[in-house]
Ligand binder design. Structure first.
Ligand SMILES: Cc1cc2nc3c(=O)[nH]c(=O)nc-3n(C[C@H](O)[C@H](O)[C@H](O)COP(=O)(O)OP(=O)(O)OC[C@H]3O[C@@H](n4cnc5c(N)ncnc54)[C@H](O)[C@@H]3O)c2cc1C
Length: 459
C-alpha cells in the first residue's frame, strides 16, 4: 500500500503518477476533505515560467535547471488534462504580460528581463497592444501600451482541476480518507504507518509526506530543512459585463507576483495574489491584502470591476522552505517528502506525477531529475549564495516597489531615494549585527526583522 499524506495538488499528482502503473486500490490519500488553508484551493492557478522571471533569476545553475524542468512540465499539462479527464475549460492558455506604471522601475527591469529570457530560449511570443485581452480597460492613469503575448503560458481553474482529478482517481480505485494525520508511526529506520486525529491507524509500505506547509510539523528531524507558510490570497469577482479571454498580469513586483487577472468560469474572474512569509497560522487574509487586490483589479485591469460582485476570497499557505526551493526526497527507508513548491506547485504537477511516481517505485529517472532531486533533498541547510550587499539592495528595491504599488507618492521630494536608503540600511544593520556573510532570500528579510525567524533557522 502507498500512503500519500496530503490531498492538495501535489498529493493528487503523486497519486495520479502512481495510478499509471499500480492498481488504484493500492493507493491511499489522506487529508481533510475541505482542505482548509491549503495552497491548492487558494491559488489562481497560473501556469507561468517566463512571466515569473526577474533580473538574474537564472544566474544560478540550479535556478536554470528548475526553469528548464518547469518548461518540461508546462509541455506535459495538455496530456495530463486529457489523461485524467479534467474538463478542457479548466485549462486555458494565453497570457498578456503588461508593464504598467502602477509601481516603479523594479517592474520595468523585470519586464525587460522576461523579454530577454524569451529571446534567449526562443520561446514564441509577440509584442502586442494589451487590448488584445478584451477585459483590459484600466483606469486612464494606469494604462499602458507595453505588453507581450505568451501563447504557451496560461491558467488552471484550481477547484475544477482538484475535483476532476480526485473523481478520476476514485474511478481508478484510489481511496481517499477524510482525516488529519496526527503522528507518524516510526519503527527503527522506517515508518509503519500513521495515526489520525480520530485515532484511526493507517499502515503502508511506502509513505509520502505531501501535506504542503505542514510537512515539518509531522517530520521535524534535525538536519532537515524546515517548511513554513507563505500566506497568500486571491479574490473572485463577478461581472457579466466583462469578457475575459486570456490571463492578464504584470511581472513580479513588491515581493509578490504583481497583479494578475484570469477568467475563471462564465462571468467570474480571479485576481491575485498576495504574499506574507510567516511561521504563524494566520486565519484570514488581512484587510489591506484584499483591498490591494480589489483596487488592483479596478485600477489596473478593468474599471468596471468597481461594480463587480465580490464573491469570495481564497486563502491558503504556500509551502515555503527556508531557501525557497522545493523539498523532495527520501526521509527514511520507506518515507518520502514532496513539499516546498511555493509558487509553482500547479505548474510542476505533471512533472511531479511522472518523477515522484518513478522515485517511489524505484524506477530510473532522467539525469536532470536526479540533479534536481539532489539539490531539493530534505537533508540540507538553506542554499544561501547571495551576497549580503545584493540582498540588501534587492530588499530596498522590493520594499520601494511595494510602496509604489500601494499608492505611495513622494510628491516633489527626494523621499524615494531616502526610503530606499533606509530599507537598505535596515537590512544591512541586521546582517551586520548577526555577522552573516551570506544572505537569505529577500522574501525572508521581513520575517527575520520581525522576529518570526532567526538566522539559525537557515543553518
Ligand atoms: C495565493 C496563492 C497563489 C498561488 N498561485 C499559484 C500559481 O499561480 N501557480 C502555481 O503553480 N502555484 C501557485 N500557488 C502555489 C500552489 O498553490 C502550491 O505550490 C501547491 O498548491 C502546493 O500543493 P501541496 O499539495 O503541496 O500543498 P497544499 O495545497 O497546501 O495541500 C496540502 C494538503 O495537505 C493537507 N494536510 C495538512 N496537514 C495534514 C495532515 N497532518 N494530515 C493530512 N493532511 C494534511 C491540507 O489540508 C491540504 O489539503 C499559489 C499559492 C497561493 C497560496
Amino acid at each position: 500500500m502507498f500512503l500519500i499524506v496530503g490531498n492538495g495538488m501535489v498529493g493528487l499528482a503523486i497519486a495520479a503518477g502512481l495510478s499509471r502503473s499500480i492498481p488504484g486500490e493500492r493507493i491511499q490519500v489522506v487529508g481533510p476533505a475541505a482542505r482548509p488553508y491549503s495552497a491548492s484551493m487558494a491559488a489562481a492557478a497560473m501556469l507561468n515560467s517566463f512571466a515569473e522571471l526577474e533580473p538574474g533569476a537564472l544566474d544560478q545553475p540550479r535556478d536554470r535547471l528548475k526553469f528548464e524542468l518547469s518548461q518540461a512540465s508546462a509541455r506535459l499539462w495538455q496530456g495530463f488534462v486529457e489523461e485524467f479527464e479534467i474538463p478542457a475549460e479548466h485549462y486555458r492558455l494565453g497570457t498578456v504580460l503588461v508593464n504598467n506604471n502602477a509601481s516603479n522601475r523594479f517592474e520595468d527591469a523585470a519586464f525587460d528581463a522576461i523579454a530577454g529570457y524569451l529571446d534567449e530560449f526562443t520561446e514564441p511570443y509577440e509584442r502586442v497592444d494589451p487590448q488584445v485581452e478584451p477585459a483590459y480597460v484600466p483606469d486612464a492613469s494606469y494604462r499602458t501600451r507595453q505588453a507581450l503575448f505568451l501563447p504557451r503560458e496560461g491558467v488552471l481553474n484550481p477547484d475544477g482541476v482538484i475535483h476532476a482529478l480526485q473523481a478520476t482517481l476514485q474511478k481508478r480505485g484510489v481511496r481517499f480518507v477524510d482525516g488529519v494525520v496526527k503522528s507518524m508511526n516510526k519503527a527503527g529506520d522506517s515508518t509503519a504507518g500513521v495515526t489520525l486525529e480520530d485515532g484511526q491507524v493507517l499502515s503502508a509500505e511506502r509513505i509520502v509526506l505531501a501535506n504542503g506547509s505542514m510537512a515539518t510539523r509531522l517530520w521535524d528531524e534535525p538536519g532537515c530543512i524546515r517548511v513554513i507558510n507563505s500566506v497568500g490570497a486571491t479574490v473572485v469577482l463577478k461581472n457579466a459585463g466583462i469578457k475575459g479571454r486570456y490571463v492578464l498580469r504584470t511581472p513580479n513586483r513588491g515581493g509578490a507576483c504583481g497583479i494578475y487577472h484570469a477568467p475563471y468560469q462564465d462571468d467570474l474572474f480571479v485576481v491575485g495574489a498576495t504574499n506574507l512569509v510567516t511561521t504563524a497560522d494566520e486565519q484570514f487574509p488581512r484587510a489591506e491584502s484584499v483591498a490591494a487586490l480589489i483596487n488592483g483589479a479596478i485600477n489596473q485591469v478593468n474599471h468596471l470591476h468597481r461594480t463587480s460582485g465580490f464573491i469570495r476570497y481564497n486563502f491558503g499557505y504556500r509551502p515555503l522552505s527556508m531557501d525557497g526551493y522545493p523539498v523532495i526526497g527520501q526521509l527514511n527507508d520507506n518515507t518520502f517528502i514532496t513539499s516546498g513548491t511555493r509558487r509553482d506547485g500547479y505548474h510542476f504537477a505533471p512533472w511531479l506525477a511522472d518523477n515522484l511516481a518513478a522515485l517511489l517505485l524505484g524506477q530510473t529517472v532522467s539525469a536532470a531529475a536526479r540533479e534536481y532531486f539532489d539539490f531539493a533533498r530534505p537533508q540540507r541547510s538553506a542554499w544561501l549564495d547571495q551576497s549580503v550587499e545584493a540582498c540588501c539592495r534587492k530588499y530596498a528595491a522590493v520594499k520601494c516597489s511595494a510602496l509604489s504599488q500601494h499608492g505611495y507618492d513622494a510628491g516633489h521630494t527626494d523621499a524615494n531615494q531616502a526610503l530606499e536608503q533606509y530599507y537598505y540600511q535596515r537590512a544591512k544593520a541586521f546582517f551586520d549585527k548577526h555577522e552573516l556573510e551570506q544572505a537569505v532570500q529577500v522574501d525572508f528579510v521581513d520575517a527575520l526583522l520581525a522576529g518570526f525567524l532567526s538566522p539559525s533557522d537557515f543553518a
